[in-house]
Design a protein around this ligand. Structure first.
Ligand SMILES: NC(=O)C1=CN([C@@H]2O[C@H](COP(=O)(O)OP(=O)(O)OC[C@H]3O[C@@H](n4cnc5c(N)ncnc54)[C@H](OP(=O)(O)O)[C@@H]3O)[C@@H](O)[C@H]2O)C=CC1
Ligand SMILES: O=C1OC[C@@H](O)[C@H](O)[C@H]1O
Length: 359
C-alpha cells in the first residue's frame, strides 16, 4: 500500500461521466488496486454544482484527509498547485480548449473520449502538451480492462485463434433524441452529437485492438470504408469497414443511437475458431468465450469488476506519472491520432451522402 503511486485529481465538469469516474477511483471494494487516488479539486460552471457533486460522489467515499477544493469555474482547478492531473469530463467540443487551458497551467491531463472533435484539434493539443512537457492521454478506458489485455494476449501472443480473418463489433444505445432538450450533447451537433464520436469510437477501438497486434506508431493504418445515416446533422447510425492490406483482416464496426444492443457485442473469427465478447456494452467488456473449431470444449474467461471499471485507466495514469512518462503505452498519442483520422474520414463520407430529415 505504502509504495502505491498517488494521484491528486482535479475534476473538470460535474456531469454523468465525472460522477462515474470519481465513484470508481474512490471505491474501497476493489482488491486489485495498484494506486491511490485523491480528489483534490472539482470545477463546475457554478459553485453550487461543485458542492452538489461533492455531496453526491465524494463525501461518503473519501478515503483521505483531503477535503476537495470546490470551485465555480474550471480555471481555478488548473491553477491549483496541489492538483497533479486534470480529468476532463465536458462534452466533446470543449475538450480541445479545456486541454489547452490545463496544459498552459502546466497540468497533466486525462481527457474523455473522443479526444477532440477532429484530428487537427488533436494535433494542436498534443503539440501544446509536448511543448509544455506534460502528460496527456485520451481516456479510452476500455483498453485498460483485464478482459481486453487477456484477449489481446490470446489473439496476438498465444495465437489461439490461429490466423485472424475478421471481426465485428456493435455498440447500440436506444436514445429518443427528439425528446431531448436542444442543448443535450446527444442532440446538439455543436456539442459533437452523433453515434460515431460517442459510441462508434468503441467499435472501431475493438477493430484496431483485435485486428492489429500493435498500437500507435508501430501499428499499420487500415483502409477504411463507411456510411452514416444522419438526422438533423446528427449521425444516428455509423457503419465502418476496416481492412488491413498486409494481412487481409477485416473489421465491421457499427454503432447506432436507435437500437439498444445486448448479448455478445463482438466476435473475432480465425482459422482455429471464434471468440465472442460480452459485457454491459462494448465500452465495458466483462467476459469472452473461445469456441475452438475442432469441437473441443469452449473456454470462458470471466473477469471481476466492482463498480464500472474506470480505476484501471486511472491506476495506469498514476504509474505513468510516477515513472515520468509523457504518454501512455496503451493509448499513445499516435493511436488517438489514428482514431481521429479514421473518424474524420467517416464523417466526411457520411455527412455528404445520407441526410435523413425525420425529427
Ligand atoms: N468513458 C465513458 O464511458 C464515457 C465518456 N463520456 C464522455 O464524457 C464527456 C461528457 O459526457 P457526459 O458526462 O455524458 O455529459 P453530461 O452532459 O452529463 O455532462 C457534461 C458536463 O460538461 C459541462 N459543460 C460545460 N459546458 C457545457 C455545455 N455547453 N453544455 C453541456 N455541458 C457543458 C457541464 O458540467 P458543469 O456544469 O459541471 O461544468 C456538464 O455537466 C463526453 O465527451 C463523452 O464522450 C460520457 C459518458 C461515458
Ligand atoms: O462513452 C460512453 O459510454 C457509455 C454511453 O452511455 C455514453 O453515451 C458514451 O459517452
Amino acid at each position: 500500500m505504502a509504495d502505491m503511486p498517488t494521484v491528486r485529481w482535479g475534476i473538470v465538469a460535474t456531469g454523468k461521466i465525472s460522477g462515474w469516474f470519481v465513484e470508481d477511483i474512490l471505491r474501497r471494494d476493489w482488491p486489485q488496486r495498484s494506486a491511490s487516488h485523491i480528489v483534490q479539486a472539482v470545477g463546475a460552471s457554478s459553485l453550487g454544482k461543485s458542492q452538489k457533486f461533492a455531496e453526491e460522489f465524494i463525501t461518503a467515499r473519501n478515503n483521505s484527509d483531503v477535503q476537495p477544493e470546490l470551485y465555480g469555474s474550471y480555471k481555478e482547478v488548473y491553477k491549483n498547485d496541489d492538483v497533479d492531473c486534470v480529468y476532463i469530463g465536458t462534452p466533446h467540443s470543449f475538450h480541445k480548449q479545456n486541454c489547452l487551458d490545463a496544459i498552459a497551467a502546466g497540468k497533466n491531463v486525462l481527457c474523455e473520449k473522443p479526444f477532440t472533435m477532429n484530428a487537427k484539434e488533436a494535433e494542436e493539443v498534443f503539440a501544446a502538451a509536448k511543448a509544455k512537457g506534460v502528460y496527456i492521454m485520451e481516456a479510452v478506458w476500455t483498453r485498460f480492462f483485464p478482459t481486453v489485455k487477456a484477449l489481446q494476449k490470446m489473439l496476438h501472443e498465444e495465437k489461439k485463434l490461429g490466423k485472424i480473418y475478421r471481426m465485428w463489433c456493435d455498440f447500440g444505445l436506444d436514445i429518443d433524441i427528439p425528446s431531448l432538450p436542444d442543448d443535450s450533447r446527444y442532440k446538439d451537433p455543436a456539442l459533437g452529437a452523433g453515434s460515431l464520436l460517442d459510441i462508434g469510437i468503441y467499435s472501431i477501438t475493438w477493430g484496431l485492438l483485435t485486428l492489429s497486434e500493435n498500437v500507435g506508431d508501430a501499428a499499420d493504418d487500415p483502409e477504411v470504408a463507411s456510411t452514416q445515416t444522419l438526422s438533423h446533422g446528427v449521425d444516428t447510425d455509423s457503419s465502418v469497414l476496416l481492412k488491413y492490406p498486409s494481412t487481409g483482416r477485416q473489421g465491421i464496426c457499427t454503432s447506432s443511437t436507435n437500437f439498444d444492443s445486448s448479448g455478445a457485442f463482438a466476435r473475432i473469427e480465425g482459422s482455429e475458431g471464434h471468440i465472442e465478447v460480452f459485457g454491459g456494452k462494448a465500452a465495458s467488456p466483462q467476459m469472452f468465450v473461445f469456441h475452438p473449431k475442432d469441437g473441443r470444449k469452449e473456454e470462458r474467461h470471466e473477469f471481476e469488476k466492482p463498480g464500472r471499471g474506470f480505476y484501471w485507466e486511472a491506476d495506469a495514469v498514476a504509474h505513468d506519472l510516477k515513472a515520468g512518462e509523457k504518454e501512455s503505452e496503451t493509448v499513445p498519442h499516435a493511436e488517438t491520432m489514428r482514431m481521429m483520422r479514421i473518424m474524420d474520414g467517416v464523417r466526411k463520407r457520411g455527412g455528404a451522402r445520407f441526410p435523413v430529415d425525420d425529427w
